[in-house]
Design a protein around this ligand. Sequence first.
Ligand code: OGA
Ligand code: MN
Length: 208
Amino acid sequence: MRDMPIPSDHPLLLRIVDDLATHGWSQQNIFLPEALTRALAAECHKRFREGELKPAGTGRGAAREVRESIRGDHIQWLEPGQHDACDSYLEVMDNLRTAINRGLFLGLEDYESHFALYPPGAFYRRHVDRFRDDDRRFVSSVVYLNEAWLPEHGGQLRLYLGGDSEYDVQPTGGCLVVFLSGEMPHEVLPASRERLSLTGWFRRGGAL
Ligand code: OGA
Ligand code: MN
C-alpha cells in the first residue's frame, strides 16, 4: 500500500515555505512518516548491496571527477516508476515544490534527487550546491533515513549561516532540511556509522 503523501496545502509545507522566505532555510525533525522512511532506508541499503550506488563526483560535464578528499558518498539518482516508496517520496517533494511556488513565486520547474550512502569515515567538504556553469538548482533538500542516530555518531550536516554562525543538523530518520542552494555553504562531517539520505534539488528553468 502506498503511504498518503503530504498535500501541498499541509501546514508542515506552509511552515517550510515561511522559514525559507524568512531565513533561507528550514529544518523539520518530523517530516516523512516512519513507515515511508523505513521503506526508503531498506531500498537504499538494498541498492547499495547490489552495487547500484556509485562513488559521487564533483562538478558537471567535462569538469566532473571523483575525489574522495572532497566527498566520499555513494549515490544513485531516483527515477519515477521503479519503487512505491520512492514514488511516494517524489510525490511529497513535488507537493513541496508546488507549495514553494505558490508562496514564493520561484517558478521551480522540477526536482531531481538521489540516494546517498556515506560509509563510516566518509564526509563532504564545505561547498555550495550550485555548479559554476549551471545555476538552475535553487532550493536544496535533504531527508535522512537513519534509525536512532546519536550525536556521538557524528555525521552532522553543518550549515554556515553567515558571520560566525554555524548550525549542526543531526541526520535522524524522517528529518528534512531545505535551504537556498546558492546561498548556504555547508558540509557533511564524518560519521562512525553508515549514513543514509535522500538529497535533492528544486530547479528553475534555464537556457541550458
Ligand atoms: C549534498 C549535501 C548534505 C547531507 O549532497 O550536496 O550537501 O546532509 N548533502 O547529506
Ligand atoms: Mn550540498
